[in-house]
Design a protein around this ligand. Structure first.
Ligand SMILES: [Zn+2]
Length: 389
């Protein structure tokens, strides 16, 4: 693999080094702001310097996807009133599944009557009726099984009717524990087990076939409403149409010692599957260019938007983040992607030292050579008297 030679033309040499003390990881803001945005579904470990509330705030200023360059929508915007959030979906109606399209229509009809409600709350309004209608659908399937029980030997028939009765109890009893309530998958597994004990293979097949007709959220609007009325608006929105939302992704996997994450659109995140973002540049010829656009936007936010940040010490934190992104991609791409961060005026020596130690901790041996180049480059940025511990 080709490694970029480290030369005086490297992007690193375009900015000065400042030996000021960097800002330590600030405590998270304690107002309601954190609570209101701390619901994104990203559970992986984050670099402690760049917590979720900081990253989410960043996305709110608008960021282009580093892979495809389209503007990413912050997920929490889905928590706003449906009258607003449904607008995100309108341009994508043709790409939506028929069921999601139907839900979009139902929500669009209801939203003007409840201008304050978000998409989850709209499903909540539809839920009681949908729940009853769903029971009718489920009852029809279970009745079909009741008829099949007549074709079985007496003891087996009784056994099947008992199983059906238990399932009815799970469906109708609203007071039972959450973990005992009706679950489609678990019910199918129970009836499959029963079918295995049935000698007449033809009836066994019919039982297996019939129980699978229990409605799912893919085919029954009622099942959809009941299922998603209990989910967060973010989950519901992602289910309806996921492509434009910002999701977080590790550049170098956590298991290899990577800690820095980047926003990426949900479509690219999902489409990539098993390919890591660090390998994506090999498949996407525009990746380096799109990444640079992403970085340029971050630098622009750093220069112009920092007074609007709620995160403490946002300006220095953002500088540190951009610097870390540059280093992470340099290593992840084996030196092929060298992002231009010369727009940043100066990097504090402590930040550089932190990065050197962080990079040394990346444990994929494939990166040993590029890690060495990167850390040597960073060491040269340090003021003479500084030393690395
Ligand atoms: Zn994208």
């Amino acid at each position: 693999m080709r490694i970029l030679p480290v030369s005086i033309n490297s992007n690193f040499n375009k900015y000065n080094v400042q030996s000021q003390t960097p800002v330590k990881a600030a405590p998270p803001p304690t107002d309601t702001f954190v609570k209101s945005i701390d619901t994104v579904n990203f559970s992986a470990k984050l670099d402690e310097r760049f917590p979720k509330y900081f990253l989410k705030e960043l996305l709110k200023f608008g960021l282009p996807c580093p892979v495809c360059n389209k503007d990413m929508i912050p997920l929490e915007r889905l928590c706003e009133p449906a009258l607003e959030t449904l607008k995100f979906f309108t341009p994508h109606l043709d790409e939506m599944t028929p069921m999601n399209k139907l839900m979009y229509q139902k929500m669009s009809e209801l939203a003007p009557l409840h201008p304050e409600k978000n998409i989850q709350e709209l499903l909540g309004i539809m839920q009681p009726e949908a729940e009853k209608a769903l029971i009718f659908e489920q009852r029809e399937i279970l009745d079909g099984l009741n008829f099949l029980s007549r074709d079985l030997p007496e003891t087996k028939g009784k056994e099947l009717r008992k199983l059906i009765g238990k399932t009815f109890e799970e469906i109708f009893n609203v007071d039972i524990d959450v973990d005992k309530r009706f679950k489609r998958k678990r019910t199918i597994a129970k009836f499959d087990k029963f079918a295995k004990s049935v000698k007449d293979k033809e009836i066994a097949e019919k039982i297996i076939h019939t129980i699978r007709q229990l409605p799912t959220s893919d085919v029954s609007p009622n099942a959809y409403i009941v299922k998603y009325a209990t989910r967060d608006p973010e989950n519901i929105g992602m289910k309806m149409f996921a492509d434009d939302f910002g999701t977080l992704e590790h550049i170098i996997p956590e298991s290899q010692g990577g800690s820095v994450v980047i926003w990426e659109c949900s479509a690219d995140n999902a489409a990539r599957g098993a390919i890591s973002i660090r390998n994506q540049h090999a498949l996407n010829p525009n990746m380096a260019e799109n990444l640079q656009t992403h970085i340029n936007k971050l630098i622009d936010i750093h220069d112009n938007e920092w007074p609007n940040f709620k995160t403490p010490n946002a300006k220095s934190k953002l500088k540190e983040y951009i610097f870390a992104l540059r280093n992470e991609f340099f290593i992840a791409s084996n030196g092929k992607i060298d992002l231009d961060i010369s727009g940043l005026k100066s990097i504090p020596a402590m930040v550089i030292k932190y990065e050197i130690n962080r990079i040394r901790a990346i444990n994929n041996p494939r990166f040993n050579k590029v890690k060495k180049i990167c850390t040597e480059e960073l060491c040269r940025l340090l003021p003479r008297k500084s030393s690395i511990t």
